[in-house]
Design a protein around this ligand. Sequence first.
Ligand code: SAH
Ligand code: SF4
Length: 326
Amino acid sequence: MFLKKEIVEILKSNNNDILKKADEIRKKYVGDEVHLRGLIEFSNICKCHCKYCGLRCANKTLERYRIEKDDILKYAKKAVDMGYKTIVLQSGEDDFYSIDYMCEIISEIKKLPVALTLSVGEKTFEEYKAYKQAGADRYLLRIETTDEKLYAKMHPYASYKNRIKCLENLKELGYEVGTGCLVGLEGQSIESLADDILFFKSIDADMVGIGPFIANPNTPLKNCPNGSFELALKVMALTRILLKNINIPATTAMETLNPNGRIIALQSGANVVMPNVTSIEYRKKYELYPNKICINENPDKCRGCIESKILSIGRKISTDMGFRQK
Ligand code: SAH
Ligand code: SF4
């Protein structure tokens, strides 16, 4: 077990031995299989103001879209036919999707059958409960940063306490809970990144997604430097070393900063990849940050491309739903 001081030292040093160590721990606890999750970004409409994100409501340059139930189901079905065992439904915080409407979508997808992850932001206990009862298995909600002052600066009108409450509610309701952080926000200290890792451990997160911050020209952070790929990789590796058997995605943001980012991440502790399964017309518009990868690829090509890369490093594609191995 690492102390905060040791984590800080590792993050500050130029020594990258932990990447290899994380790869060994990954192999020992979750094996060589890589879980592919089919990602459906179903709405880019968002009422929030997260300063780093291109979907923030004040960004008037973005052309907005919503995919409705029938089309969501069409993409989900196609993904299942392609072999995906998990569907991830992600969107901005878009109140168009009422509880009942979401529950209809969830229960229809669950009939395919397939594991289902939601990533639709902060909701009430009742909403999370209804989604769970409708069949949702997992939920992704990054804490983004555990530095409360930085959190407040990055999230106007939002509350850190509510974010924590949401994560607690999700755990209580029996979801597999995913969280994570951004690496490289202006004003973020190495010490706070160590706190982020210890936070993942303290809530016993089932999944942790770590992504470097990438400056979006249509946000208030447009002049901030991008986060560091190497530092994000180290935060991810330490998370693997501390939490051992959890699921960790090789994130799209990593590949945006490094052309081989996801494969490097898979060799430094990650065991999950989340290819997009929607059409090109939507991918371009789901612009959290610029230069997102694969925005000109169709779903079949995307899967084939990542699959062959995974096989080329001696790993296998999992054929099960990929729940956390306890
Ligand atoms: N609205 C949902 C899901 C969509 S956003 C939510 O916020 O949970 C998904 C993730 O994208 C966020 O958690 C955030 O960490 C990441 N993200 C947003 N803007 C980003 C940027 N500029 N650089 C890197 N990651 C970003
Ligand atoms: Fe909306 Fe999520 Fe972007 Fe925040 S990070 S603005 S909640 S889409």
